[in-house]
Write a protein that binds this ligand. Structure first.
Ligand SMILES: C[S@@+](CC[C@H](N)C(=O)[O-])C[C@H]1O[C@@H](n2cnc3c(N)ncnc32)[C@H](O)[C@@H]1O
Ligand code: SF4
Length: 412
């Protein structure tokens, strides 16, 4: 990474936009699709496994209007960097964005529409926690313009939910999903597996319960113990790795039989219900991230830039309202760029069109030639003139495959 600026970069408006457009060694023939990510950094309770930028808060203390004002100020300051571009998807994530009132979501989306052009069929996802479920509330999110609800269920088993410290139980999870199915044309369930005390049989029941609710999309993650979480300090007993592999096989079989195709490492979808927003991340598209701790990746004709907003919610609001929410900005170096593209694109079962590599990194395909040859020789990768994709083995041993594209300096 080449730092563009130190701890606190100048605001974009203060700096000439020409700075981003000046000549450089990359040649991007066109800019990729642009998505918008909005982060809400508060939750009813902090889950013991969670390392996301989320902070516990009583709903009555939510500084809704001030946060909305900060998001709009943040967007205004970032506009020069995405001037003239159309937004293809919006993801309101967290944290627990379903803590926002429907009126606030309406204002937020109205504010975005007033400042940016959205694709007519722009996908607009909102993450919802069943602990915030109220019937009319979910419907009102739909009326405010949300097209897709992502329900953070995690499990339908009350013992697992308790072990995960979730604020909701099985009955609330089912009620929330039933409502999502009625109020939205498409929705997602977040599920986790390899949970404390979970067996193949309890997982089977869990997945069967999820599938009986007819979700067009499921995201399934293996529970990982992240640094600086409660579980890192007090680790629970988890199923071993062999069991976790068996669990993943069971999930893939059951979802496949229900017509959901595994199209990315953790994502399963019915035909026509893949998540555009996440696909854009994996296909190395662009995204502008607004809100506390949000990350952005933005392309220009001769460079790709990553940004991070201030993480602590109150500091973020102060800084954004003061005109500069950026805590960090770096220009991605050539070798990191090739690796980052492969890290994302190889997560997709169908891989990527060969032409995407040059279009989205501005580099010639020869930049990854060695890695491609090695991966092919090891049986981890398949390619023809049009497409490069992980082999079945490569998909199963993704870390091994991705590590072949690490910049030499970072190889262990
Ligand atoms: C950004 S989180 C937010 C979702 C929402 N706040 C919720 O929990 O209901 C998105 C998803 O990541 C998954 N996740 C979070 N921490 C995880 C961990 N340590 N291991 C595996 N999956 C995790 C959960 O499935 C979660 O729903
Ligand atoms: S509700 Fe979601 S974001 Fe909030 S602490 Fe739990 S897992 Fe993290």
């Amino acid at each position: 990474m080449i730092p563009i600026a130190s701890a606190q970069p100048e605001s974009v408006s203060a700096r000439d936009v020409q700075h981003y457009l000046r000549p450089g060694t990359l040649q991007l023939p066109a800019l990729p699709p642009l998505s918008l990510y909005i982060h809400l950094p508060w939750c009813l309770r902090k889950c013991p496994y969670c390392d996301f930028n989320s902070h516990e808060l009583r709903p009555a203390e939510l500084p809704e209007q001030r946060y909305l004002d900060a998001l709009m100020a943040d967007l205004e300051a970032a506009l020069p960097l995405i001037w003239g571009r159309t937004v293809h998807s919006i993801f309101i994530g967290g944290g627990t964005p379903s803590l926002l009132s429907p009126e606030a979501v309406d204002l937020l989306l109205g504010g975005i529409r007033a400042r940016l052009r959205l694709e007519p069929d722009c996908e607009i996802t909102l993450e919802a926690n069943p602990g915030t479920f109220e019937k009319d509330r979910f419907r009102a999110f739909r009326s405010a313009g949300v097209t897709r609800l992502s329900v953070g269920v995690q499990s339908f088993n009350d013992d697992c939910l308790k072990a995960l410290g979730r604020v909701h139980d099985r009955a609330q999870a089912i009620a929330a999903v039933e409502e999502a199915a009625q109020a939205f044309d498409t929705f997602n369930l977040d599920i986790m597996y390899a949970l404390p005390g979970q067996t193949l049989e309890t997982l089977r029941t869990d997945v069967a319960t999820a599938l009986a609710l007819g979700p067009p999309h499921i995201s399934i993650y293996q529970l990982t113990i992240e640094a600086n979480t409660y579980f890192a300090r007090f680790p629970p007993v988890l199923p071993d790795e062999d069991m976790a592999y068996d669990m993943l096989d069971l999930i893939t079989d059951m979802t496949g039989a229900a017509g959901l195709q595994r199209y990315e490492v953790s994502a399963y979808a019915a035909k026509g219900h893949r998540c555009f927003h996440n696909l854009n991340y994996w296909q190395f598209g662009d995204y502008l991230g607004l809100g506390a701790g949000a990350h952005s990746k933005l392309s220009f004709a001769h460079r790709v830039v990553r940004q991070v907003r201030f993480r602590e919610p109150r500091l973020y609001m102060d800084k954004a309202l003061g005109g500069n929410a950026l805590a960090q900005e770096v220009e991605v170096g050539r070798t990191d760029l090739a690796f980052e593209f492969m890290l994302n694109a190889l997560r997709l079962k169908d891989g990527f069109p060969v032409a995407h590599f040059g279009e989205r990194t501005g580099l010639p395909i020869t930049a990854i030639q060695k890695g491609l040859e090695l991966a092919e020789a090891k049986g981890l990768l398949e390619r023809d003139l049009d497409r490069i994709k992980p082999s079945m083995r490569g998909f199963d041993f993704l870390n091994d495959l991705q590590s072949l594209f690490l910049p030499t300096s970072k190889k262990t």
